[in-house]
Design a binder for this molecule. Sequence first.
Ligand SMILES: O=C(O)c1cccc(C(=O)CC[C@H]2O[C@@H](n3cnc4c(=O)[nH]cnc43)[C@H](O)[C@@H]2O)c1
Ligand code: ZN
Length: 356
Amino acid sequence: MTDQSTAPAADRAARDLHAFIAALPKAELHVHHVGSASPRIVAELAARHPDSKVPTDPEALADYFTFTDFAHFIEVYLSVVDLIRTPEDVRLLTYEVARELARQQVRYAELTVTPYSSTRRGIDARAFMDAIEDARKAAEADFGTILRWCFDIPGEAGLEAAEETVRLATDDRLRPEGLVSFGLGGPEIGVPRPQFKPYFDRAIAAGLRSVPHAGETTGPQTVWDALTHLRAERIGHGTSSAQDPKLLAHLAEHRIPLEVCPTSNIATRAVRTLDEHPIKEFAAAGVLVTVNSDDPPMFGTDLNNEYAVAARLLDLDERGVAELAKNAVEASFLDAAGKARLAEEIDTYTARWLAA
Ligand SMILES: O=C(O)c1cccc(C(=O)CC[C@H]2O[C@@H](n3cnc4c(=O)[nH]cnc43)[C@H](O)[C@@H]2O)c1
Ligand SMILES: [Zn+2]
């Protein structure tokens, strides 16, 4: 172990920044429900359903979660989806994901849930909604973390999936209280965004906010399509926006945030290395950048690590990291009072840290 007193100042500063990030109150805007299943949760679900091919040993699981490309990632992702077979599985996963978010001082999270994947595997829609809502309320009471839902269409599953997702999101008898937004996930290649316009129109008419993935694995035109056809209010990833200066200017001018997930982009090989990640270009263009974890255990990361990565790439100190955390509050779908409370908590924490 390195002696603290002789460690170079830069190492000490990095350690201090990590400690600052770990206890910083945060909001997470782009994190997937199934993609957040920790090795412990995967092991517990696999023990419930021993016919699954998902390994439970942590070392084998780390290998299993090494992806050759985005298509391979989705294949593995769906094998974990197959572990979630009962409303009790859904409740366990949701509650444990909230516990992990709380451990990282996440006060507010918009969790992307794909109800179609569960209902088509035979889970009753009413029981699914009850399970996530029960876990949401218990998590808020037990951990103090507020969860909200984004229901996303798994785009590759086509218009049948879109129809089912919008039905579940807008039927007054089913729609959960915690639902705030409507998304679109899965592969982008061969899945044009404009075809989903009627479904987003219905979700938006029902009061949901539009947050599709776009520009993760395809070019900037997909982001334009998400803005134009799906009326996106935030963009999931938006990585390829960096290739189009006009698009960057548009995102900056209209304060359309990007949900940036740096490690995810490396793990799925959408970007070659962290040093080549376009987060710097986004910030330089004045785009509202938020930092998120996407599918943290699958990508060997967590939100705290994503903040540390962003701090390094953007050369941020504690104040800069606090501003990044406040970007997520601003870009969130919290109400004005909730935003003010969380921003104030971040400011108070930062002032105390810097005064200590
Ligand atoms: O559930 C099914 O039966 C099914 C059938 C066909 C296709 C699909 C999907 O494509 C599911 C994709 C699933 O992936 C989630 N996800 C997680 N992380 C990401 C990401 O970084 N980029 C895009 N999608 C992601 C997404 O929520 C979808 O549910 C499913
Ligand atoms: Zn995602």
